[in-house]
Every structure is written in C-alpha cells, then in structure tokens.
Design a protein around this ligand. Sequence first.
Ligand code: SAH
Ligand code: SF4
Length: 427
Amino acid sequence: MPDTALMPIPGATDPVPVARPALVDGVTPRADGRIDLIGLARPRIAELFAAAGMDARAARLRARQVYHWLYHRGVTDFAAMTDIAKPMRPWLAERFAIGRPEVVEAQHSADGTRKWLLRTADGHDYEMVFIPDADRGTLCVSSQVGCTLNCRFCHTGTMALVRNLTPGEIVGQVMLARDSLGEWPHQAAPRVPHDEHGEEDGDGAEDDGPAYTADGRLLTNIVMMGMGEPLYNFDHVRDALKLVMDGDGLALSKRRITLSTSGVVPMMARCGEEIGVNLAVSLHAVTKQVRDEIVPLNRKYGIDELLAACAAYPGASNARRITFEYVMLKGRNDSDADARELVRLLRAHNLPAKVNLIPFNPWPGAPYECSSPERIRRFSEIVFAGGISAPIRTPRGRDIDAACGQLRTSAAKASRAERDRAQPVAP
Ligand code: SAH
Ligand code: SF4
C-alpha cells in the first residue's frame, strides 16, 4: 500500500522534506495537555474514556452520547451534554477538549463568498471558503497546509508543504462553518435526558424533532478543493469525511461531497471504495507537453493512465459523472484543437464526464493570463457540441483572494521565484 502521508514524486516534482511534529493518533497536541475529541471516531473516543479510568461498558455508552453531542448537535461544551450525569461533565472537561480551528481572520467578498484564515493548535495557518449560491452553499475545505505539487498556475503550489491536516482539523472546518452559519440543531432537547445513573442503554437514537438534513440549509455541499492534494493525505481525509457522512455525525450525503485530485492515480480506486464521494479531476491540458508543464504530477501519472483510472472509478456512472476541471490559460491550453482533443480523449475512454471550465484566477507573479471570454465561450461550445457538458464557472471571491487557486497563507516557505530557481520546469 502506498505511503499516503507523503508520496515521493521523482524529478522536479519531488516534495522537499520538511520537519513536522509527530502527530500522536493523528491528533495535534494541545498546550493544555487535554485531548481534542474532534476528529475521533466513536470507538477511539471509547478507548480514550476507558484509558482515563471508565469501565469498558460505561466508556462505550459515554462515547456514544458524547459523539452525538459533538458531531450531530455541534456542542462545544461538556456542560451542555444534558444526558450525561452532572458530576461526569467536569471530569470529561478536565481531560478532553472540544476543539475548533482558531479563526485568525474572517473575510467577506462583495459577492457573498466568505473566507476564513484558520490556525492549528501548533500554529500553522490554512484557509476555508464558503460559496453561497441561489440553490446551494458550498464549503471549500483544505486537506493540507501548503501542497507538495507545484502546479504552475496555482498559488497554493508556491507554498512548501508544511504538513497534512489531521482529521480533526479537516472535519473542524465543516463544524466551524456550521457554527458560523448557525446550522446546528442545538435547540431540540434530547428525548431521553434521564441518564444520571449511567444505566440507559443509549442507542443514540434521540429525537431531534424535525429530521435534520442538509436540504434547506445554507451549507449543503462540500468540496475538497481548498489547500492541498487530498489524495496525498488519504487516511486523514477519509476519516474526516466518514464523520461528515455519518448519519449520527454531520449527516451530509456523500452525493453532496466532491473530492478534487490533480491525478494521484494509485489512490483513486481507494477513494471510490473507502470514501465513495464524487470525484473531480484537475485535467487542465490534453497533451503531455502542456500537462507536464502546468501539472508536474503528469510526469509521473500521464493522461491516459489518469483517464483509465477515472473510467474505473468505483461508483462513476451516467448519473454520477466525473467532473474534469480545466483552467483556461491564454495561449497555453485554450485552442479549438485543445477542445476537440478533450472531447476525443473523454470519448475514447468512454467516460461519464462533465467538464468545468475555470477562468484562471490571477495572483501576484503568476506566469499565466486568463483566456479571453470569447475564447472560453468558443472552447465551451466545441466541448458541448461533442456531447459533453462544459459550463463556464463564474469566479467567486476574487476580491478577497478566495477563488480557486488563490489560497496561500503567510506560512509559505518558498516564493515562486525561489522555487523556480531550485526546480526549473523542463521546456
Ligand atoms: N489539489 C487538488 C484540489 C485543490 S485545487 C487539485 O489540484 O485538484 C482546486 C482546483 O482549483 C483545481 O482544479 C485547481 O487546478 C484549480 N486551480 C488552482 N489554481 C487555480 C487558479 N489560479 N485559477 C483557477 N483555478 C485554479
Ligand atoms: Fe496542489 Fe491542487 Fe494547487 Fe496543484 S492545483 S499545487 S495539486 S493545490
């Protein structure tokens, strides 16, 4: 099985090794010594309760109750857990924490997009973005601080990888968004609050009042399209998304979650099997020469190999098509011939596909320009004429640097110029 924490890529795309603090159990240590429960699954919470001194049966029961309060109701204080015996609540609070990422800065775009600059307990900065639309609200979630893959058009790619985010730091983004949007079913009192003696069998099936579904709420969709390559942090992303998808957890349908990869072929089948969310693939070019330049991972996993892995993606069908992202770069990948070749490739692999055309979002020092609106329209028409849906995405949140590829925090270790000097891109 590949090492999903950090897979080396030969040649100029090799990640630079960085010193990272040991994460015990995938949990970032806290200065106060308490263990943050956010990011942990029910059995692990039970183990920790038992290790802290509860007998095994009580630990299992408490874990079930606490889990429900944490992920389903979003409480951030043990004192609010009304079905847990009163003296037990401070006992828990002394040993455990209910964390949220620290918010360093929250910004609002003129178009309604919101961006949060977040900080981990050990002081690393990362970002999440919320994009409201007429019929949905999408949270763009980060998987890493920085990225090992220096795609040439992406600002995040100019940052060195600082470290993978833990499951808690990933699911914490979704929980924080629900906090900000006021979308927890806090108010409904549990139907079975009578567990002062620890005897209730606690099946977790309390009545929340009206069924809690994502529909009708502001936060309806999640895209793993923030900072980082999610398939290079597979285990943590999977564990976090399991908490998001669990009916007794955040209860968001896997059909409303999309994971975007730049093409980490060996991890794609496991993504479908073990997570089962929608797949988006950052294709961006149709020839080896151009894709090698703009998505250097292509030198390791080429276009045909990538498209074959897409065709084999578990769960892909005409009803659940794979999204191909295509950033429009002036004079680089935006010709009529490119559009026709895109159609040919997707058809040759018999892919249930749709294409998202993303106008390039500029950032200071970026080596590309965005294609003209007419060029993008023409490209879209050719792909549509080939029988493949190819909508043009409206950039969102550009004024606060929240658009695709603009996320980059001050935690950056290397400037683009430094990176280019160290790793010249082959002509
Ligand atoms: N690492 C993953 C997910 C994060 S990037 C991936 O590459 O797929 C999310 C999307 O934004 C990708 O399709 C990426 O190619 C695109 N993107 C990056 N920089 C961009 C830019 N400057 N303008 C427009 N889209 C960009
Ligand atoms: Fe990393 Fe994705 Fe940006 Fe490429 S586009 S550098 S994989 S975040």
